[in-house]
Design a protein around this ligand. Structure first.
Ligand code: HEM
Length: 312
């Protein structure tokens, strides 16, 4: 998850059928994900194929009833804004939608992402159903479809490692992570009717050269201001985002698949609360006036060795 930004990604969100047999099959497949990545990716090393496996709260209890429970694993908590949008008139909603499993597949080549997703679905067979499948692509110089560079302020190096991996505080799960995903659909027509200056005030950065606006210019309800959180000791609360643009010109569907990793998912949840409810309440994130969340799921990401051990 800390590899350089992917050129291609597939986000597969699956539900798993009821019953012990389905759980046995899934446990076995999850233990083989690393081997499948090697089978698909080894022949094309330059593709840098990787796959992150996320497990939802309900499925965790079915798969690993004997194992400990990750401290912060719970279903995605839906959020409902409390004031009407100044553009649509409706309060913003972050729905919670079904999702037992997430495969976040990344590569420099779409073919390897596709092949791994195919192999995973073959192995899972009838026991899993895809409830969402998003094929994301790199859009120019890491831009989202709103035209802004996305990912600039992601932490790197040692800070990224601390941000993403559970430490010794939950020692049984050290080296694991949490991921929250949401599919956002943009109203590109409405966005396109804004001037670049208006768009910049909504995002909090300049559009062409991606510079953060000065504090006295950047509105408190800009996306960047809402998501810049500093705790009482002055430490910035960070997550690592692996967002990808996706779309279908024919269907007129354009969006951002939000994917946020954190050692402590309460940070991502706080960001979501600030975006949808606002801090203070009502000061919601202006990006939501042009982009609506249509899915929302939370997952725990165990280490590959945990998945392999549990499958044996
Ligand atoms: C429609 C969906 C979204 C779009 C298009 C989007 C786009 C962007 C863009 C263009 C930036 C500025 C460049 C950067 O530093 O990456 C940014 C920053 C950021 N976004 Fe988002 N984002 C979306 C959703 C979210 C969500 C749901 C969260 C958190 C739950 C989030 C958290 C952040 C954070 C933490 C920053 C960095 C703030 C800073 O320290 O400067 N974003 N996003």
């Amino acid at each position: 998850m800390l590899a350089p930004p992917a050129r291609s990604a597939i986000f597969l969100v699956l539900t798993v059928r009821d019953g012990d047999e389905a759980a046995d099959t899934v446990r076995g497949v999850l233990g083989d994900v690393a081997a499948l990545v090697r089978s698909v990716g080894f022949r094309i090393p330059e593709a840098q194929l990787s796959c992150v496996t996320g497990i939802g709260s309900d499925l965790w209890d079915r798969l690993y009833p004997e194992a400990a429970r990750p401290a912060h694993l719970h279903p995605f908590r839906a959020l409902a804004g409390t004031v009407p949008s100044v553009v649509t008139g409706a309060a913003h909603q972050a729905p919670s939608t079904p999702g037992d499993l997430l495969f976040h597949i990344r590569s420099t080549r779409q073919d390897t992402c596709f092949e791994l997703s195919r192999q995973l679905m073959v192995r899972l067979g009838e026991v899993a159903e895809a409830v969402d499948e998003v094929h994301g692509f790199r859009y120019y110089d890491e831009r989202d479809l709103l035209g802004f560079v996305d990912g600039t302020e992601n932490p790197g190096g040692a800070i990224a490692i601390d941000t993403v991996f559970v430490g010794d505080e939950d020692h049984e799960f050290a080296g694991s992570s949490y991921v929250i995903v949401q599919k956002y659909l943009h109203d590109l027509d409405a966005w396109g009717r804004l001037t670049v200056e208006q768009q910049q005030l909504i995002v909090g950065r300049t559009k062409s050269d991606d510079i953060e606006l000065p504090d006295d210019v950047k509105p408190t309800n800009s996306h960047v201001a809402v998501n810049t959180i500093v705790d009482t000791d002055g430490n910035e609360q960070r997550i690592v985002r692996e967002n990808m643009p996706f779309g279908s010109a024919g269907a007129g569907e354009f969006g951002t698949f939000f994917c946020g990793y954190a050692a402590d998912p309460r940070i991502t949840e706080l960001m979501l609360s600030r975006m949808f409810i606002g801090e203070p309440e009502g000061n919601y994130d202006r990006i939501l006036d042009f982009s609506r969340a249509v899915t929302g799921c939370s997952f725990f990401v165990p280490t590959a060795s945990f998945l392999e051990d549990q499958a044996d």
